[in-house]
Ligand binder design. Sequence first.
Ligand code: 13P
Ligand code: SF4
Length: 319
Amino acid sequence: PAQRDERKARAAALLKQHNAVLVAHYYVDGDLQDLALETGGFVADSLEMARFGRDHESQTLVVAGVRFMGESAKILSPHKRVLMPDLDATCSLDLGCPADDFSRFCDAHPDRKVVVYANTSAAVKARADWMVTSSCALAIVEHLKSQGEKILWAPDRHLGRYIQEQTGADMLMWTGECIVHDEFKGIELELLKKQHPDALVLVHPESPKSVVAQADVVGSTSQLLKAVVEGPEQTFIVATDNGILHRMRQLAPGKTLLEAPTAGNSATCKSCAHCPWMAMNALQGVIDCLEQGVGEITVPEPIRTQAAGCIERMLDFVA
Ligand code: 13P
Ligand code: SF4
């Protein structure tokens, strides 16, 4: 703990010295979330992270999360310096949707509006008409459907299926998945619900159908956090990365939070309920990127300009 406090103080001093602001996702280490909030930064879901980074006056953003979050920040603010604690922190959805293959998929279906999830590379976004995050995907697809549009969706098949079921939109799907949420199990969740009949079940829509079907609330990380803080219930079953429990406990200290069951446990299954790439973010990484200037995100032109269109369209839609 002494070493941790020392690192935290060092990172805070460097953020100040470099006029930098730390923007963190709820899944990263609790120390990083605390550091962000203690130094005037922000902890949020992917949509809010993008908006905060774009609107903040600081010319240096340190983005603690996974690569697509840093790329989105850079795409929206090309003149800012965007640093990440670990540039190798990626996402299984991004890895499972290579830009060349995706481009061919789009070429084969020119009659469809291309809607991509935030969890993709800048090159994939450069092919898209719209970017969405879990907090606004439903509203945007509903909007496109009302305009008579057919949709090409990528890459998360669980989120895509959930939105398709909710909206009835014509959606042709890529078949990627999040290795973390894909591990939540419907049968085990049913058993846990029986043991806690009063619990409210909170589910991130990257989870399988059998899990989403049992949800009281389906939403982005911020929407699930809000349900815990504002709900009158005392007990919650949480089907998303367990990194979010840190902030849930801080904002709703008296409540009981139960992790939704996965196939294994953390000893046997590395990705069960905790993202291995989010876990690469550490205090030392914040220190290194500011002190040594490593971990800088670059997005080459013309990809940056092409990718900006779909992100800005989303931000204008939700404004
Ligand atoms: P949110 O946009 O809900 O924060 O989700 C990001 C993510 O990577 C979920 O796995
Ligand atoms: Fe990607 Fe899943 Fe990790 Fe989120 S939790 S960054 S979707 S692998």
